[in-house]
Ligand binder design. Sequence first.
Ligand code: ADP
Length: 502
Amino acid sequence: MFKKILIANRGEIAVRLIRACKDMGIKSVSIYSDADQYAQHVRLADEAYNVGPPPASQSYLDIDEIIQIAKNSKAEAVHPGYGFLAENHNFARKIEEAGLVFIGPPHEAIEMMGDKMAARKAMVKSGVPVVPGTEKPIDDEIEAIDIANKIGFPVLIKAAAGGGGKGMRIVKSNGEMKSSLRGARSEAKSAFGDDRIYIEKYLESPRHIEIQIIADKHGNYVYLGERECSIQRRHQKVIEEAPSPAVDSTMREQMGQAAIACAKACKYFNAGTIEFLVDADLRYYFLEMNTRLQVEHPITELVTGLDLAVEQIKIAAGEKLSFKQDDIHIKGHAMECRIYAEDPIDFLPATGFIHRYREPAGPGVRVDSGVYEGMEISMYYDPLIAKLVTYGKNRLDAISKMKRALDEYIITGVITNITFHRKILEHPAFLKGELSTHFIDEYYSEPDGFSEDESLAMAVATVINDYMDKNKASSFKMGNGYKTRRGSTWKMKGRLQALRSR
Ligand code: ADP
């Protein structure tokens, strides 16, 4: 087993991986940008080294510098986490060439699955159903219109090198094609340096259901059940759960086998996720493979009892899987709410200093975070504050625990989506498990979702808050004897600002 691992990431995932190292008795090395000098992942690691200025391109994405730090610190392996360099096949290859071990899949598999068109082709060959669409890049508008008419509008233009919802455009008619093609192409070019685009049938209100797989370097493959990630905004996940309320054991096995066929097609090892879209008739179609640990991996950990980060490290060190498919039993229900510093109205990132910070706890609650009181949520990085995860004996139990945890969570100073999560959890369709990727658009298209009473309360909160600011008071006693603390009015003020910025 490795003695020392470098973690090429920041934030909650770096902290989570340091914890895995500690659990295994492995020393951990962190890297940090100038903006992260006091971050949790720096404090918790055994060693930490500055990797450059705040912009990620000069720090967390600096391949040569990271490899140099790994060598200097005598780390034997590198874990990329998710985001940044996690799906960069050059990074994986260079790590191996430097005589280190990449904790992830072979670089060839990352390269193949990183090209969505190549991945679709491989899936068709392996007999895995894919969303109807093109196998070749689209060259011009006439070809695109021809294809769209064949598969039927609406269609989705996607970037071959896509990720993070970038380079995607929904096209509903011939007339929209030209400008959408141009928009998608230029977005793909600037985000990925690759402007190849292709067309897929746009499925109306699908569910997003993905299968976690794990494989060792000895040809053993196991699927670890599914996660449903249909609650999304701007094509990005907000709430995930395992198991999916739509999947029964037969469907789980079929999708699991399809996922394994997919992993075998690219000679995969380590942890990976195969994403599917599922239509109203519960037909599933391959969407893409994520060749890394997912943000939402904790919910699979809770329902399977496995530690995926630990398993990843063991696989990278050459160990065989210690379990077989028959040993995997999905037990209970887990749910994850991504707590973002963002405006719940327009979903744009919010920046600022975290003024007060108190995490929820208690039975069935897990918080994966990397923040602290006084920390700045800057514009340089993803505004994810924490992943709030709950585990219950069934779905309703996990939801109840999530509501309790959301209520206990105190974050002031930056606007968060905590209240928005709460609203989703209370929605009758959500409670019934009637989910689709359009859930938020469908039910929360009204700009605020706040009642008049709430708006009034926020206005009052602002006045009280200003009074406390002026008088340097930490609490305020109203005429009726009700006392309010500074934290609660800050929270309310944040929501008022969100309303005003409409
Ligand atoms: P990215 O890699 O950019 O995140 P994905 O291909 O994983 O893009 O898709 C992200 C989300 O976009 C999906 O979860 C789904 O909500 C939506 N989406 C992607 N392809 C389709 C499609 N063909 N039809 C309907 N929705 C889609």
